[in-house]
Design a protein around this ligand. Structure first.
Ligand code: SAJ
Length: 407
């Protein structure tokens, strides 16, 4: 039986996927509310195909509990935030999960860490916890790292089809864990050592962060001299070896906006390009705010209460608001004492999360003169005609109404 610890954005789909492929799974989470919701037959976030997978896994007998189980294999997928000052990974949730596992696990058990950690974290924080309980790693307890790679918005497909990496202390444990993941994963599974697996995961997200920063920097350069960044990127991308990403209002989510900081925190004098890239991405919400003020001036708009921010989530068609550019903009406005003036709307966020949140698209549009498109949800793409007559500032390059302002 597999005990999956932490049933969030990664742990839940992973547990469901294994269960629906014939693996006996118990999912554990310290939140009783979350466990009660799952046991009442409901999933805890929106994702294409998740509800169907949940039904399959329930039929296959998956169980949910707040208790850690006594079993031979554990998968730990708890959050790994970073310390905002030191920029280093904060492994406290991983450490407490492993400590709790050590209290119940039998000798010979394998602990697989799925959570994203910076290189060396498992050596520095996880091994000492296991050894402190008197276990010898490799003899009494085996350790592995199987970093996840799935993208919110396409998680279920990617869980099935992406290639994966398994890091382990020795080949036989690596192969054993590879076999477990191969129960559902149709991609290639590479077995390597733990440190290489840790580093590869962080490097993948850093690669994307640096490339988004490049696009964001181009947007700023093009704005400065009134050039069309999208046209330029489109033309450049016709070159066989150029593939520039899209500029945007900033980088949110719990991965690309977080993981690269681990490298800056651990290698401050070496990770220069990464540091500058992260700063560039973090500067985008303020860049967008300045653009809003410029556009208001140009359009003779003076009333911030008639400005509407479309989109609160960190990207399109997900309900996840973590580190979202819109929240970063609102925080910045808050510091200038005007955060509670603008109107905000997002079809994916039903609860009131910020001041002046409106829950109906038409009502939102009626309440504003300037619409700032911050997230490219399908809903707004399908209702673009409703923006006719408004001043539009499109940070995602989705609106082709004449006169629309861009980044
Ligand atoms: N963004 C841009 N321009 C782009 C692409 C993205 O501004 O061209 C923005 C998005 O709007 C969003 C942020 O970047 O705010 C991140 O979105 P994303 O779609 O690039 O990535 P995430 O954070 O949803 O998922 C990433 C993925 N990593 C990579 O593609 C290397 C995913 O595969 C990982 O599993 C995930 O991080 C994770 O959990 O680590």
């Amino acid at each position: 039986m597999i005990n999956v610890i932490g049933l969030g954005y990664i742990g839940l789909p992973t547990a469901l996927m294994m269960a629906s492929h014939g693996v006996e799974v118990v999912g554990t989470d310290y939140s009783k509310e979350l466990i009660d919701t799952l046991n009442a037959g409901h999933t805890t976030f929106k994702e294409d195909g998740l509800d169907e997978l949940f039904v399959k896994a329930m039929d296959a007998g998956i169980k949910f509990t707040t208790e850690y189980q006594k079993t031979d294999t554990y998968i730990v997928s708890v959050p790994t935030p970073y310390d905002k000052f030191s920029k280093k990974v904060d492994a406290c949730f991983v450490v407490s999960a492993v400590k709790a596992i050590m209290k119940v696990c039998p000798e010979g058990a394998t602990v697989v860490i799925e959570s994203t950690v910076s290189p060396g974290t498992i050596d520095k924080f996880v091994r000492p916890v296991i050894e402190a309980e008197g276990f010898v790693i490799g003899k009494d307890i085996n350790l592995a790292h199987a970093p996840e790679r799935i993208i919110p918005g396409n998680m279920i497909f990617e869980l099935l089809h992406n290639n994966r990496t398994i890091g382990a202390d020795n080949k036989s444990i690596g192969e054993k864990i590879k076999e477990l993941y191969a129960s559902f994963c149709q991609g290639d599974i590479v077995v390597t050592d733990i440190r290489t697996a840790e580093m590869s995961k962080v490097v993948e997200n850093t690669f994307r962060a640096v490339n988004i920063a490049f696009a964001n920097e181009l947007a700023k350069i093009c704005r400065h001299d009134n050039m069309d960044v999208y046209e330029i990127i489109k033309i450049c991308n016709m070159h066989p070896r150029v593939n520039i990403l899209q500029p945007g209002p900033g980088v949110g989510g719990h991965c690309i906006s977080v993981d690269p900081w681990f490298l800056v925190g651990d290698y401050p004098s070496l990770a220069k390009v990464i540091d500058e890239s992260m700063k560039t991405n973090d500067s985008m919400p303020d860049f967008v705010l300045n653009r809003i003020y410029e556009i208001m001036k140009e359009q003779d708009l003076t009333d911030l209460t008639r400005v509407g921010l479309y989109g609160l989530t960190y990207k399109e068609n997900v309900d996840d608001m973590r580190e979202s550019p819109t929240l970063q903009m609102l925080e910045s406005m808050e510091r200038h004492l005007c955060g509670n003036l603008v109107k905000v709307y997002d079809p994916f966020i039903e609860r009131n999360e910020v001041p002046n949140q409106i829950h109906d698209l038409d009502e939102f549009l009626n309440a504003v003169d300037l619409v700032v498109l911050l997230v490219a949800h399908d809903e707004i793409k399908q209702n673009m005609y409703k923006l006719a007559g408004k001043v539009i500032f499109d940070t995602r390059h989705i609106c082709n109404i004449e006169g629309t302002y861009g980044l």
